[in-house]
Each structure stands twice: as structure tokens, then as C-alpha cells.
Design a protein around this ligand. Structure first.
Ligand code: ARG
Length: 460
């Protein structure tokens, strides 16, 4: 049987393989609520413009509501032969209300319809992700408030660099996830123009009111160019790009959690709820959730790449290639949502091992920079020379297997006679972090002030 929706020119139905490659209903049924919402807005506008009778518009709206409720309740039977969500809904409407259903598609095409539905879906998802990121930031902020003064090693090259505080480290991610929220908000602002009424590609000769449908669907305005309206998938690409960057942040934090929770580091302990055991090694507590957050960044970045590649060679306007936008976007954004939720749970639940962090912070000559800075301040020595002097003192400590603070004064003076007893005041990790009061630095007082500022912005 040829397709009831466009079969006028066809005498034969599609090959089974054609149906399989062409049908999108298996995944685009996710858009049912947006499709119904868009159709109701369109019908209402057509009636307001006298293109549809009020009675037809009412019958259409009632029928669409019925379909929505059936899909919601899982009682609707989707048909692959009808290709996609748009035609499944319209065919079902026809069965319910008869002829007026056939008038719904006046001054509209599936091309502007799908662009509208998909935009509405992406917009809803962006709003949800934004809220989820806020919850993650609140979880990080709570840990930062608790640990504004908890000393830990700061690393560069994963080698001990200078002591920082755990609160400072948590707040670093608050900044990152705030930028990720900002990227979502930017994308949302740009996507919020309504393509409905662009029709197939050229606009329509019917006297439609695109401003009316745009407003009733919560868009700021209609899109300005009909060709662009049905060709544009920037809105999905931009959100996927924002997702990919956030996924990189989440993956880096996940990697740190994997390192921190190892038996060699013991900086944090994940809760039972966010750990798994080994079927053979009884001692194991594996950070699977963190590993999967790290891994799913691959899927999210992959989704962005896949859609960029789908779009890059398409002439204007619509091509069926664009149907491939949905699975990638659905999967990537579902993964994004899942990893944010998992990370929020891990951060909320994890136990912070203050002693292990403190012990590690003091090892690896982490206050060597403090010694060099002291030489500059107290001895008036140029920093480059101070660096050299300090390097020699670190050499003595390393050779004897002791910490910097345990190198006797006489030995320090043997390297540079200007060193006095007062140097020992800067060699502890607490002194080190307390001294880092420059704006944005790790001093516990700074961290507490920054956390208070964020608490104000984010709420409880
Ligand atoms: N299922 C299609 C999609 O997702 C809907 C648009 C179909 N338009 C067309 N001209 N065949 O892109």
C-alpha cells in the first residue's frame, strides 16, 4: 500500500528496507508532546486568521489532546509505515475526527513542523540541564564550605606543586559548571525563535500569523528567513557543543575522583551507594560511577561530531540527512543529564580524608616556592637567584630523606648566609595556604569569602 499521507503519486508501497532506513518513529516518538503542542498552536492561529473554521480548530484541539493522553498512558500504537511522529499523530487524528484533520496541515510542512518540535524539545532539555547543573554546583559549594581550610596537595603535571585547600579545588569546578550553565543559557537565547510557518522552505500564500504561533509556543519571535528556518540545526549543535565542554569538565573531575579514591591516595572515600565491589577481590571498592562519567564524555563529544558531520555538506533547505539529528542529540543529552546526576550524588556522599590530604600536602617539598618567596622578601634576593638557592636546599632535603622544614638552619646558611631562623615560619603547609591571599588565591579566608558569594547566588 502506498503512503496515505503522500501516496497520490505512488502506486506501490516501500520496500521493507526502505521503510527501515526511512522511518524515524522509533526514536522521534519522544517528540509527541512538542508535536501536539505545535499543532494546537498552528490550528488555533489558522482559525484566528479565518483559514480554518472555529469548529474545525476545536475538533482538532480535542482530538490532539486525546492522542496526547493516550500516548502518555502508553495506549497508543505507533506505526512504522507512517514514518514519523508527525504522520502518526495526524493519521490518528483523522481516525478520530475525520475530515477536519486533513485541514491541519494547511500552511505547514513537516519541515517547519519538525524544526519546531525539535527546538521545543531541546529548549525543555536545556532548562532541565541548567537546573541539574545548579544542583551540582550547590553540592560542590557545600563541600567547599566544609573544607575551606582543609589542606591538600595542589598538582601540576600530577606532581606535588604547592599546597591548596580542598575547598578551593571544589570551587574551581563551581566556576567551570557556572560557565557551562552560561553556555546553555546563551544557546537557549539564540535558539528561541520559532520556525513554524516557514512551511516547506519558501513560506506560504495563506495569511498566517507567525508572531501569534511564536508567542503561544513561548518563543521570543518567529525566525526571519524561511529557508534558514528549515535548514538550521545550529540550535542542536550549539547545545551539543555546550554539552561536550561540560562533559570534559565532568570527566576531569571524575578522573580526579578515581585518583583520589585509590588506596595510594585515600583523599576521598566514595559512599557504598556510589561504589561497586569486585567478584573476586574482597578488598575492592571500585569507583565505577566516576569511571562511567569519564567514559560517557566520549558519547557526548561523539554526538556533537556526528551531527557536525551530518550537516556540513547539506545544500539548503531540508534534506533527509537532517533526520539523523535526533538520535545523536537525544543520546548525548540523556548522557549529559545522567552524568551530572551521578556526579552530584558522588560529591554529596563522599567522605573527605583530611589527614591523608594534609600528610600528602606536606610531602614532595611542596613549600619550596614559599622558601624562595621568603628569600625575595626577607633577603632582597632576585627571584631567579632565590629559585636556585631553594633548589639546592631541596637537594639537601631529598638526599637525606627529610622535609624542607627539617633541614637544619646551619645547612641552609651553608647554601646562603642570608637565611635566618624566621624562614621556618613559611615552611608549613598551613602557613603556605594562609599566605595565598591574592584575589582568586587559595587562602582559606579567600575560599570562605568566595563560597559565601556563591551561596548568595545559588541559594541553599
Ligand atoms: N522525520 C523527519 C525528520 O525527522 C520529518 C521531516 C520530514 N520532511 C520531509 N520532507 N521528508 O527530519
Amino acid at each position: 500500500m502506498s503512503n496515505r499521507m503522500w501516496g497520490g503519486r505512488f502506486s506501490e508501497g516501500p520496500d521493507a528496507i526502505m521503510e527501515e532506513i526511512n522511518a524515524s518513529i522509533d526514536f522521534d516518538k519522544k517528540l509527541y508532546a512538542q508535536d501536539i503542542r505545535g499543532s494546537k498552536a498552528h490550528a488555533e492561529m489558522l482559525a484566528a486568521r479565518g483559514v480554518l473554521s472555529a469548529a474545525d480548530a476545536e475538533a482538532i484541539a480535542a482530538g490532539l489532546d486525546e492522542i496526547g493522553a493516550e500516548i502518555e498512558a502508553g495506549r497508543f500504537t505507533f506505526s512504522r509505515a507512517l514514518e514519523d511522529i508527525h504522520m502518526n499523530v495526524e493519521a490518528s487524528l483523522k481516525e478520530r475526527i475525520g475530515e477536519p484533520a486533513g485541514r491541519l496541515h494547511t500552511a505547514r510542512s513537516r519541515n517547519d513542523q519538525v524544526a519546531t518540535d525539535f527546538k521545543l524539545w531541546v529548549r525543555d532539555t536545556v532548562d532541565h540541564l541548567h537546573d541539574q547543573l545548579t544542583a551540582l554546583m550547590q553540592a560542590l559549594l557545600t563541600r567547599a564550605e566544609e573544607h575551606a581550610g582543609t589542606v591538600m596537595p595542589g598538582f601540576t603535571h600530577l606532581q606535588s606543586a604547592q599546597p591548596v585547600t580542598f575547598g578551593h579545588h571544589m570551587m574551581a569546578y563551581v566556576e567551570m559548571f557556572d560557565r557551562d550553565r552560561g553556555r546553555l543559557a546563551d544557546a537557549r537565547r539564540r535558539l528561541n525563535e520559532c520556525p513554524l510557518g516557514a512551511a516547506a522552505l519558501a513560506g506560504t500564500s495563506f495569511p498566517i500569523d507567525r508572531h501569534m504561533t511564536a508567542a503561544s509556543l513561548g518563543f521570543d519571535r518567529p525566525t526571519a528567513n524561511s529557508l534558514d528556518s528549515v535548514s538550521d540545526r545550529d540550535f542542536a549543535l550549539e547545545v551539543l557543543a555546550a554539552a561536550a565542554i561540560a562533559a570534559v569538565h565532568l570527566s576531569r573531575l571524575a578522573e580526579e575522583i578515581v585518583i583520589w579514591s585509590s588506596a595510594q591516595f585515600r583523599f576521598v572515600r566514595l559512599s557504598d551507594k556510589f561504589s561497586t565491589g569486585s567478584s573476586i577481590m574482597p578488598q575492592k571498592r571500585n569507583p565505577d560511577a566516576a569511571e562511567l562519567v569519564r567514559a560517557k564524555s566520549g558519547r557526548i563529544i561523539g554526538g556533537l561530531n556526528a551531527l557536525l558531520i551530518v550537516m556540513k555538506g547539506l545544500p539548503l533547505a531540508y534534506s533527509k540527512d537532517m533526520q539523523e539529528d535526533k538520535e545523536q542529540t537525544f543520546d548525548a543529552l540523556a548522557s549529559y543529564s545522567l552524568v551530572v546526576a551521578a556526579m552530584t550524588g558522588m560529591i554529596r556522599d563522599m567522605t573527605v580524608n583530611i589527614e591523608a590530604m594534609r600528610a600528602a600536602a606536606g610531602s614532595g617539598f611542596s613549600t619550596a616556592t614559599d622558601l624562595a618567596d621568603w628569600l625575595v622578601r626577607a633577603g632582597g634576593i632576585p627571584f631567579r637567584d632565590a629559585h636556585h638557592v631553594t633548589g639546592r636546599i631541596v637537594g639537601i632535603a631529598a638526599e637525606r630523606g627529610i622535609e624542607l622544614a627539617d633541614v637544619p638552619l646551619a645547612d641552609m646558611q651553608g647554601v646562603d648566609a642570608r637565611i635566618t631562623e624566621a624562614v621556618y615560619d613559611v615552611l608549613s603547609v598551613d602557613d603556605s595556604v594562609r599566605s595565598r591571599t591574592s584575589y582568586g588565591g587559595t587562602a582559606p579566608a579567600n575560599v570562605a569569602a568566595m563560597a559565601a558569594l556563591w551561596r548568595d547566588r545559588l541559594g541553599a
